[in-house]
Design a protein around this ligand. Structure first.
Ligand SMILES: *[C@@H]1O[C@H](CO)[C@@H](O)[C@H](O)[C@H]1NC(C)=O
Ligand SMILES: *[C@@H]1O[C@H](CO)[C@@H](O)[C@H](O)[C@H]1NC(C)=O
Length: 333
């Protein structure tokens, strides 16, 4: 047996970092040897498979073969004759993170190997939640800015500019078993008239994000009763519709209207009609007094909350009236 000393032989690998869902190239090749390469073997030790196992072999005749189950995400992108065993792994998940070892079986030199660590970056899910503060004199939570499930942990901070001495922020982090972190930054202040409408920003940065993320937020101070429901009553020739608008719009938007159709315009239908609408902040009633006289409807609407009474005469065309502006009153008080 003739063993040629191959002192200069090197197995070249590298350390790989990839964003979750991306494609990782696991580089591996051997240099400075004239030995014959008979097989390349890949082992792994990952979150999903915590024990070293052979999972891929590559031979000149058979190409890439999976040892314990197929995984389409792996592709052999090296060239056997160049003693290059490089693998490509697509759609990388956190479970793939770990250490990959490539082993070159050389003749007559024997096995040569190197280890390639694969590290994952997981970008966070980010959002701002408005805590819907109502006008008051005590400090309350305005909003929270969340960066969920990030790896490594991101930095979350509020840019409050001119409000810096009027607001306060705190930041909390929770780390999970899979080494992702959820970071929540809270914005506090006194919900005054002056602070209403001010714009601030939440800035999220860190290695897991390709670039800094900025979420704009407008501090809105609500009136207690504005969190109830506004009514729009839509009246047409022979029907009226109770349409509700809940505030704040962004979170509760338009709700279904409830339509009541009058089948014939007779005095028999005269009376007080009421519709009720509810959201998580409360219940509100809208009332409409209908009086039919010689084929025309006369309606009066009464607002349960304000005792406001409006009289309407309806002749044919579709039109509506709309109660608004209570917020302005509240802030002007
Ligand atoms: C990778 O993910 C994409 C999008 O989800 C999918 O269409 C594709 O089939 C996946 N590729 C593999 C090899 O699993
Ligand atoms: C990590 O763990 C948390 C909590 O169990 C889970 O919500 C999150 O989806 C996990 N993240 C990944 C990338 O698996």
């Amino acid at each position: 047996v003739c063993i040629s000393p191959s002192n200069s032989l090197q197995v070249i690998g590298g350390s790989v970092t990839v964003v979750q869902g991306g494609t990782a190239i696991l580089p591996c090749h051997v240099t400075d040897t004239n030995d014959d390469l008979t097989q390349i073997t890949w082992q792994r030790k990952t979150r999903e498979k915590p024990h070293h196992d052979n999972f891929i072999t590559i031979q000149p005749r058979n190409g890439l073969q999976f040892v314990n189950g197929h995984d389409d995400r792996f592709k052999y992108v090296g060239i056997f004759n160049d003693k290059n065993g490089t693998l490509q792994l697509s759609n990388v998940t956190l479970m793939d993170e770990g250490s990959y070892t490539c082993i070159f079986t050389l003749f007559p030199g024997g096995n040569q190997k190197t280890e390639i660590p694969l590290n994952l970056l997981v970008p966070p899910f980010t959002h701002i939640k408005d805590n819907l503060p109502t006008l008051g004199t005590e400090e309350v939570l305005f909003a929270t800015c969340t960066a969920a499930g990030s790896r490594p942990p991101p930095e979350v901070r509020w840019l409050t500019d001119a409000l810096a001495d009027k607001v306060r922020t705190t930041t909390n982090s929770t780390q999970y078993d899979n080494d992702t972190t959820t970071t929540v930054s809270s914005l506090f202040g006194v919900p005054t008239r002056e602070i209403n409408g001010h714009k601030v920003q939440c800035v999220i940065s860190g290695d897991s994000l390709a670039k800094e993320e900025t979420l704009p937020f407008t501090i809105q101070v609500y009136c207690e009763y504005q969190l109830l429901i506004e009514f729009i009553i839509l009246i047409s020739e022979d029907s009226f519709e109770c349409v509700t608008e809940a505030n704040p719009n962004a979170n509760f938007t338009w709700k279904e209207g409830a339509k009541l159709q009058l089948l014939s315009l007779t005095a028999y239908l005269n009376g007080l009609y009421e519709c009720e609408a509810a959201n998580s902040y409360g219940i509100k009633h809208g009332q409409l007094y209908v009086h039919v006289a010689s084929g025309k409807i006369t309606c009066s609407a009464a607002w349960a909350l304000f005792g406001l009474l409006l009289s309407l005469n309806v002749i044919g065309a579709t039109w509506f009236f709309y109660k608004s502006g209570c917020f302005q009153k509240c802030l002007e008080q």
